[in-house]
Design a protein around this ligand. Structure first.
Ligand code: F6R
Length: 595
């Protein structure tokens, strides 16, 4: 998740230190490259490269940069490898327009070809450069800058925001479409950024930008216009009073809750990216013809592998073997050959257990693909191809948004492999939004009651089985209670003896598995236990369960994705009620680089 910052001042002045500090304050979003540009009269000073902010700042002496306008950008690679040429900001063909973006332009490949065929100078593979050329094209045809941005809006598909300016002018321009953008109003300057932390050291007076708005920034005023009809929009500034820590958490008390709420948006972004990614066909072509296919990961990522295998079977009729990475080595590596293929799943891309399995599989000639969040991680560098999870930085140790985007990606791949229209999946972000908003109060109310117990079970069946395992893992991880996830039908084969009066058992019910789940519920309730069920509205669940947490209607596979959201929230509220810090649970680390 890249970050951008732009500033317009009254007159030429040292801007380097301001840009470096703004970039530092955006690093929490995750990045692999850093760049800065200043505009002084008819010159653009552009310095950028791969590396940490302080490294790049020192290597290129960013501190000495001066100008009347400045832009800095932190890049998190999605289109184009991390490299100097792909780092942002970017210049237009003749170097008099400079700009940088945040987000994903999903038709970047097609746009680059169009720009080159029209004779524009395309230097990189990065989609931020496409934003600059998209504006340049219309400026070249005589449009005003705002008009050019309005026209370019129809050409640039995806979720993004960008900031752009040109020589011999005194303004910067920006637009928001999906990715965050906030204006800071200062004394003798105005600035704009992807997020508040880079603005607040400069000013606490801000204007929040909404999707479809074009911003013109002068040093002493700003103007917002609608991209639809160009009309001027009036919005009163607000004053931010929260501490920086609170601001970084986006107003949420913990990163985990913030990341839970970010899930619909990152799902939207990954769906856009997958729809235009050439890697998808590459992965699926190989999987289609493979002898055996394996999905491999650890912890939460392994649960995504389990779900992926269910979706591939149910939606594409393709059998896949999901396996925990360390067990893959003794159990499957001896059988592998070059006809086999697999997807190695890891948020960090650095989990040693996963990399060990990957190395062993590659030695046997298996085709290995990656599904990772951290671009530039070992997994993304060593596999035959990989798909990004597009979640930005996941700060909280318990994985939430990276898990649901792993699930969304597997759903997308299964739909494609099964020849189904992936358009059906476009409703997922809204369904997720609706689920989170509607279940949160009920889940928060149940949490203290469940907290009275230190032993719990979380049961599912079919596509909700992996979600039950994931719900149980989240609970263990951040409440420190014991919670076992299992197939609902297995409960009667032993664990049922644990049920006593009030003993809570969580169920995730898929819409097609209600009769089976109802049997499981009754086994619990008739022994005095409390059956708390996550499922779609259903009179059979209402009649039998102690509590029903209702998720919106959808097909069984999407329902399984939605079912995990209340379980994430339950673990969060229980953890907080126990006085734990859900973001940094004891004994755990976000990335496990040891055997
Ligand atoms: C649980 C969690 C861990 C990770 C596991 C694998 O919330 O985060 O179980 O899923 O350590 O990590 P990655 O996905 O980075 O390989």
């Amino acid at each position: 998740m890249c970050g951008i910052f732009g500033i317009v001042t009254e007159r030429e002045q040292p801007l380097g230190p301001i840009l470096i500090e703004a970039a530092r304050r955006l690093t929490y979003r995750g990045y692999d490259s850093v760049g800065a540009a200043t505009i002084r009269g008819s010159t653009v000073d552009l310095r950028k490269d791969v590396g940490r902010v302080d490294e790049v700042a020192a290597r290129y002496n960013l501190a000495e940069m001066t100008g009347q306008r400045g832009i800095t950008q932190l890049r998190w690679a999605t289109f184009g490898e991390p490299s100097q040429v792909n780092a942002q900001p970017h210049l237009d063909s003749d170097g008099d327009i400079v700009g940088a973006h945040n987000g994903n332009v999903v038709n970047n490949v097609e746009l680059r070809q169009l720009f080159m065929s029209e004779g524009l100078t395309v230097r990189s593979h990065n989609d931020g450069e496409s934003c600059v050329h998209a504006v340049e094209r219309y400026v070249n045809r005589g449009c005003s800058f705002v008009e050019a941005i309005r026209k370019a809006y129809d050409d640039l598909q995806g979720d993004y925001s960008y900031v752009v300016g040109r020589i011999d002018d005194d303004r910067l321009f920006a637009i928001k479409k999906g990715s965050g953008l906030v204006i800071g109003l200062g004394q003798g300057f105005n600035c704009i950024s992807s997020d508040l932390p880079s603005i607040l050291p400069l000013t606490r007076k801000i204007v929040r930008v909404l999707d479809g708005e074009i911003i013109t920034l002068w040093a002493d005023r700003v103007e917002l216009r609608s991209v639809v009809d160009g009309s001027v929009i009036h919005r009163e500034p607000e004053t931010i009073t929260e501490t920086m820590d609170a601001v970084q958490k986006g107003g949420y008390p913990h990163f985990m809750l913030k990341e839970i709420h970010e899930q619909p948006q990152v799902a939207r972004e990954v769906l856009h990216l997958l729809a235009s990614s050439p890697e998808v066909d590459k992965v699926l072509d190989r999987i289609r013809e493979a002898r055996n296919v394996y999905f491999t990961g650890c912890g939460t990522s392994y649960h995504a592998c389990l779900a992926g295998a269910v979706y591939f079977a149910q939606l594409a009729g393709k059998a896949v073997i999901p396996v925990v990475a360390p067990q893959f080595v003794p159990q499957y590596v001896p059988t592998l050959n070059a006809q086999d293929a697999g997807i190695f799943v890891s948020q960090s891309g650095e989990t040693k257990d996963v990399l060990n399995a990957l190395n062993a599989a590659e030695t046997k000639g298996m085709t290995c693909f990656g599904l990772a969040n951290v671009i530039g991680s070992t997994l993304t560098k060593t596999t035959a191809g990989w798909l990004p999870l597009c979640c930005g930085y996941e700060i909280s140790v318990p994985a939430t948004k990276t898990f649901t985007n792993q699930i969304v990606t597997f759903l997308f791949l299964a739909y494609r492999l099964g020849g189904r229209s992936t358009k059906e999946l476009d409703s997922i972000p809204e369904l997720m939004e609706h689920t989170i908003a509607s279940v949160a109060p009920q889940v928060e109310a149940i949490a203290p009651q469940v907290n009275a117990w230190n032993d719990l079970y979380c049961l599912g069946y079919g596509s909700t089985y992996p979600m039950a395992l994931e719900g149980a893992l989240k609970l263990k991880e951040i409440t420190y209670a014991h919670c076992e996830g299992m197939l609902s039908t297995e409960f009667k084969h032993g664990p049922l003896s644990a049920v006593s009066k009030g003993f809570p058992v969580l169920f995730a019910a898929g819409p097609e598995d209600v009769p089976l789940i109802v049997s499981g519920i009754n086994e619990v309730t008739c022994r005095g236990g409390r059956a708390i069920v996550v499922g779609q509205e259903d009179s059979r669940l209402r009649a039998n369960a102690s509590d029903v947490i209702v998720i919106p209607g959808s097909n069984p596979q999407v329902a399984s994705l939605l079912a995990v959201l209340p379980l994430q929230l339950l673990s969060y509220y229980m953890s907080v009620a126990r006085g734990n810090d859900p973001d940094f649970p004891r004994n755990l680390s976000k990335t496990l680089t040891v055997d």
